[in-house]
Write a protein that binds this ligand. Structure first.
Ligand code: DLZ
Length: 149
């Protein structure tokens, strides 16, 4: 793992399904600390739903004070096509931020069929995906740094 002791990482988390996104944030924070990111260098913001992750991450990425941003959300499939629209919009939006911006934005969106699948990924049998998002953020921040040297 790269040296993360001076990295500045932002997290934007959706309030929708907060019992899931809260656990993802906790997992990400734990891993960031474990790999040496200082608490004072971590910024956590919330937005109402996953759709708003695009705006939230865009603003944090542009603020000039962060080396990577993690978007955290959880979209659970329902009876209407809303699931597909939100997943599609967030995927496109976060992709665009990565292509057009300077700061890497990690895609931390759980897209699941039911709550059980979400729980399996937030401390259940598949671990806590928040930790993976944090590791990705550190690696991508380092990737960006290497290019600036
Ligand atoms: C409206 C909506 C629905 C139905 N489902 C979810 C969800 O499963 N996860 C999530 O993060 N957000 C959901 N939202 C809210 C939208 O993301 C968004 O906040 C609203 O459409 C307002 O822009």
């Amino acid at each position: 793992m790269p040296d993360a002791s001076s990295m500045r990482i932002g997290i934007v988390a959706a309030e929708w399904n907060h019992e899931i996104t809260g656990k993802l944030v906790d997992g990400a924070l734990e891993a960031l600390r474990q790999y040496g990111v200082k608490d004072g260098n971590i910024t956590v913001k919330t937005v109402p739903g996953s759709f708003e992750l695009i705006y939230g991450c865009s603003q944090l990425a542009k603020c000039g004070l962060l080396d990577a941003v993690i978007a955290i959300g959880c979209v659970i499939r329902g009876d209407t096509p809303h699931f597909d629209y939100i997943c599609d919009a967030v995927t496109q939006g976060i992709s665009k931020l990565n292509v057009e911006g300077q700061v890497p934005v990690v895609f931390g969106l759980l897209t699941v069929n039911n709550l059980e699948q979400a729980e399996e990924r937030t401390g259940g049998r598949l671990g806590n995906k928040g930790e993976e998002f944090a590791v990705t953020a550190i690696k991508m921040a380092d990737f960006a740094w290497q290019l600036q040297k």
